[in-house]
Design a binder for this molecule. Structure first.
Ligand SMILES: Nc1ncnc2c1ncn2[C@@H]1O[C@H](COP(=O)(O)OP(=O)(O)OP(=O)(O)O)[C@@H](O)[C@H]1O
Length: 614
């Protein structure tokens, strides 16, 4: 038999369209052809299991070979093969069943994305024409008494199909797809390039793939196995295989679901201390063990992109456009499922081994906070296992911490005031003052913490957060009782004026306060509200905030009426009083790391004078 015919598409040539628009990456032709070879082999294995194929399975390797001289790439399998009739059915017609529609669509809308087509029309085999000027199929079906089928197509819509016998007949069951590489695709004749492509896409295919005498793949990657069959070492060594030279992961989650969608995979929590180190796009997406992409945006929730590992699902519409993907119901369910799994894993780690969990907190804290900030459902679960750390290094859950500070840190309107520092070194004096008062201070120095604080204030009832240097210690948490002032009202006014003149700075608002004699003589603070506004402005957020223009610095200078220095300033005459006031103010600046330049030089000189005068 020899037959010539037209591939049944009722339109002019589709190949230029395939070639130009279909895949941005020409290299994936190999993925498509090797996947077909693997599918054909697996189908044969299934038939054997069902007893429908009774012959010897024999060597089932898929072999990829390249002949640079002859400009040929061959993909050979020993799968179920095709008869000439089947080639007509599967290659000539089926692949293009949707093509007419596509071409029509394509004519109307330029904007139709190339990605949309692939998923819809299953043009897998025809991707060969991205790199080949002619493609041959040599195939022999597993069925008894079938002839070799030989198909040739040069990239036009014309094909030739015959059934050679004698020396041209194929001896063994299976299919050879031979690509005659086009002149503009020389790169694919390089063995190193082909090996690279095979390693990228075919590394975990379920049937052995051989190229130049070497096996490319592991046929049973660990995510396809049952967790009960695996040891910790298996997980760790798989991680190291995926990400050579990485530190071992902290822990992992084995995903395995078959209803209402199909998904397997392993997600690893990487060991990282610093947000900058987080590497996104580290999760690899597979469909039935064929690598698709490592851009998993939209398939997994944003915050989970900090994780590493593998997700394998045939239910993810792999080749459709982004906007479609976001709206896809399966993708949304997958998102929800993964988020829930991750939260459950963290929760069980927390419950089963609190100490181990605490030890990992510095690595996972950022991730958990990021998740809480970006996903309400995750927040709801994580609020019971998110931890905060106080300056003494003790870790608490949020409910535990609220309980811990409740007795001591309620203000007169029954609000719990949580005190925190963003830099325990720089804010040392304030931290110490608060601690001496019996208050607890949290260390919230991470890059996400200012957002986290905002979120907690919204979520936790009757709770506000104040940075330790937002006010003098007596006023951080406003109570009914007040410390009596040893100064008369007249003296207070006099003291205030003295300091105002000595400081002579509009941005420094001087007030006299009755603090404890043990507190510093002068304390400079930036009110919480003001600092947050400024932070917001700096980070470019806050929407309408920009309307107010740049906010001026506005500090509160609290002069301690009960400190002996206040008395001395009042008692000293004229110049000397000013000098003492300025000195006390400069000390406060120094404590805040705000004393710089000329003022610092003047301070050093004045200190020397004062020492000499003693
Ligand atoms: N090596 C092969 N051995 C046996 N049959 C094959 C082989 N390659 C292709 N076929 C047949 O040709 C059909 C069309 O292949 P094609 O790659 O175009 O689409 P597909 O594999 O069905 O879908 P996809 O778009 O996901 O690749 C296959 O479904 C299969 O029946």
């Amino acid at each position: 038999m020899q037959e010539k015919g037209s591939i049944s598409i009722h339109t002019e040539n589709i190949f230029p369209i395939i070639k130009k628009f279909l895949y941005s990456d020409h290299e994936i032709f190999l993925r498509e052809l090797v996947s077909n070879a693997v599918d054909a082999t697996q189908k044969l294995k299934s038939l054997a299991q069902l007893g429908e194929f009774k012959g010897e399975l024999g060597d089932l390797k898929v072999r990829v070979t390249v002949d640079k001289e002859a400009r040929k790439i061959t993909i050979s399998d020993r799968g179920l093969g095709m008869t000439a009739e089947e080639i007509k059915k599967y290659i000539n017609q089926i692949a293009f069943s949707g093509a007419t529609e596509f071409v029509e669509q394509y004519k109307e809308k330029d904007a139709v994305t190339k990605d949309q087509i692939i998923g819809q029309f299953g043009l897998g085999f025809y991707s060969a024409f991205m790199v080949a000027k002619e493609v041959e199929i040599w195939s022999k079906s597993y069925k008894d008494d079938t002839l070799t089928a030989h198909w040739i197509c040069d990239g036009s819509t014309e094909f030739t199909l015959d059934e050679p016998t004698g020396e041209h007949a194929k001896a063994e069951r299976g299919t050879d797809v031979v690509l005659h590489v086009a002149d503009d695709s020389d790169e694919f004749l390089e063995p190193a390039r082909l090996k690279g492509i095979l390693t990228k896409y075919c590394k975990f295919l379920p049937i052995e793939i051989e190229f130049e005498g070497e096996t490319i793949n592991q046929t049973a990657p660990i995510w396809t196995k049952q967790p009960s069959e695996l040891t910790d070492e298996d997980y760790v060594s798989f991680y190291q295989e995926l990400y050579p030279f990485s530190e071992p992961p902290l822990f992992w989650i084995h995903l395995n679901v078959d209803y209402p969608f199909n998904l397997t995979g392993i997600l690893y929590f990487p060991k990282v201390k610093d947000e900058l180190q987080f590497q996104r796009n580290k999760i690899q997406l597979y469909s039935r063990q064929v690598f698709i992409t490592d851009e998993v945006k939209d398939v997994v929730p944003e915050f989970l992109m900090l994780l590493h590992g593998v997700i394998d699902s045939p239910d993810i519409p792999l080749n459709v456009s982004r906007s479609f993907l976001q709206a896809d119901a399966a993708v949304r369910k997958i998102n929800t499922y993964i988020t829930k799994k991750v939260a459950d894993k963290l929760s069980s780690l927390f419950k089963q081994d609190r100490a181990g969990y605490e030890a990992k907190w510095s690595d996972i804290g950022m991730f958990v906070k990021y998740g809480m900030l970006s996903d309400e459902k995750f927040y709801d679960k994580a609020k019971d296992f998110a931890l905060v750390q106080n300056v003494a290094g003790k870790l608490f859950t949020l409910p535990e911490y609220q309980e811990f500070v409740q007795a001591n840190q309620k203000d007169k309107s029954e609000q719990t005031v949580v005190l925190y520092t963003t830099d325990a070194e720089a804010q040392h004096g304030f931290v110490q003052a608060a601690t001496e008062r019996g208050y607890d201070v949290l260390d919230l120095n991470g890059p996400l913490d200012s957002h986290f604080i905002g979120q907690l204030e919204q979520k936790l009832e009757k709770t506000t957060f104040k940075r330790v240097d937002a006010d003098t210690v007596g006023k951080l948490i406003e109570k009914e009782e007040t410390t009596e002032s040893v100064l008369s009202d007249d003296d207070k006014t006099k003291l205030q004026e003295l300091f105002k003149t000595a400081i002579s700075n509009e941005q420094m608002h001087v007030q006299v306060e009755a603090l404890s004699p043990q507190d510093a003589p002068v304390i400079i603070t930036l009110p919480e509200f003001m600092r947050r506004m400024k932070d917001m402005q700096r980070s470019g957020g806050g929407g309408g905030m920009q309307m107010f223009g740049s906010l001026p610095d506005s500090y509160t200078v609290s002069v301690n009426a009960n400190h002996p220095v206040a008395q001395r300033v009042l008692q000293a005459e004229g110049e000397a009083g000013q000098k003492l006031a300025r000195q006390a103010f400069d000390l406060a600046l120094l404590a805040q790391n705000m004393l710089k330049g000329e003022a610092l030089t003047a301070f050093v000189k004045r200190s020397a004078d004062l020492l000499a005068a003693e």
